[in-house]
Design a protein around this ligand. Sequence first.
Ligand code: COA
Length: 550
Amino acid sequence: MAAVGVARPSRSAVSLGAAVSPLTSGSVTGGCDNDGVGTPNAVTRTVAEVMSSPVVTALPDETVAEAAARMQEHAVGSVIVVDGDRPIGILTERDLVRLASAGPGGEGAKVAEWMTADPDCVEPGAGVQEAFARLSDHGYRHIPVVDGDRLVGLVSMRDLMRVASIQPVVHPGQIEAPPGLEGVIVAETEVGDVRGQEGFYHYRQYSAVELADKRTLEDVWFLLFEGHLPSAAEHAAFLAELREMRVVPESVRPLLSPIARTGGPLMDQLRSTVSLIGHAEGFRATLDASPEERRANALRIGAVVPTLIMALYRLGQGQAPIDPHPDLSYGGNYLWMLTGTEPDPDLARAVEQYQMTTIDHGFNASTFTARVVTSTGADVAAAVTAAIGALSGPLHGGAPSRALALLDAIGSVDNARPYLVDAIGRGEKIMGFGHRVYKTDDPRAVFLRQVAERIGAEKLPFAREVEKTVVEVLAELKPGRDLYANVEFYAGVVMDHTGLPRDLFAPTFASSRVIGWCANILEQAADNRIIRPSARYVGPPPPQPVPDPA
Ligand SMILES: CC(C)(COP(=O)(O)OP(=O)(O)OC[C@H]1O[C@@H](n2cnc3c(N)ncnc32)[C@H](O)[C@@H]1OP(=O)(O)O)[C@@H](O)C(=O)NCCC(=O)NCCS
């Protein structure tokens, strides 16, 4: 009768993917560093320490069915075939599969006919490294442990994984991206691009600044969605299509007031309401929706976001929301929903031009976020909700109000230099300066400076002095970094003059960037592959034994 009685190590301690490479030599020769991480590694281990013993065995003249039943009973993947104490073969699950696929009539098959005879064995005193090499070289999952001629245990790949550090396989083609993914091209796009060295950016094939100078925001919106600038008839039809979509759905209206009463930052409130809109309007996963449905959802979100922003703002001030004005320009309607009075057309145009300059800007953090979420097949509202979260960060869309706060804190031209030297000395970032891509003047800052001049923004003269000093001080204290004013610096100056309160600066950025996000969402959904990069694990080498609960 074959010997049974199994003391197996816990199976749950190991969970590894299929792709593993040989153990690090450090992991089995004791106490050394792995990949320079400096974490103590697995100590020297012998096969005797990790093997299972006693072993589930079988006799050569038993039937395979009997041996298989024993394997199942003891939840093991192989039995060692013995003659007395001596291992003469190994029968594994693979052999059972071979037998089954050989067709009917295998019921009486004997173990001796299906086992692998004279299996490779390892000694109990051998290192786990050697056992691993034997297993992986031959593609085995189990190897008998013999002392002299006597079977004393069994080592499986699983046993080794429990105790050993393994190095992840480096897949061919795997590349190491720089921190912040700087300079890494992750997609192809026809929406637009930024040329940092030249201080130029474009929406499709047109200069964004020239579009902001000559066209309306809706024209640019149409351009990004349809691929060409609209004719007069297309322009009129597009405005008519958008008009309905600007209105907050009935089912969401009563929910705005409680959200506004939370008093949280407007960007947070906006994020929540966009999420509600997706639900209220029955947005379906982009994976399931047709291109027409995705376009309609994207238009709906883009159109309703400005209305939501102003409704939330007014409710937070204890005022009733104001419905969109059917006949005003995009910027005019934006200010109308804030005050309920028809704004000065110059100021309305200034706001609209700010919004036009910020519709899209390459693979910035929020646009990338929108594309990542879309790549999972999630709905348009989910992608925009996530993008709003990304934009709310101070390093991205949260900067314009902070740039204006900087002007306030500096207070006077004389105080600019000492203030800035002190702040940079403390390691602070000067808000409204520096850019990942632009290493020269940000064309949006240049354009908005002109807009500020045109409308006679009262903070402009002081802002220009401060800009000059910041650029000088940064060149002295951060030489070679090429730090200049970015869009946020003059955005604050322009928005302030048009009467927009600071709480609305970041949401106003979102009010137009949502159009760029949506153009990217549509492009991603039209030709999708899930965005799923990798990370280099640098923690303590796994697998460490899981401590028993206290
Ligand atoms: C925009 C921004 C996030 C780009 O970040 P980035 O490409 O990762 O650049 P880094 O933060 O690595 O900056 C490179 C160097 O310039 C310095 N630097 C960059 N922007 C700076 C700023 N506004 N004030 C002071 N130093 C700045 C960094 O300290 C760093 O110096 P180091 O080499 O001594 O470490 C960064 O310039 C910034 O934080 N600016 C202020 C916030 C802002 O205006 N955001 C709106 C962007 S449109």
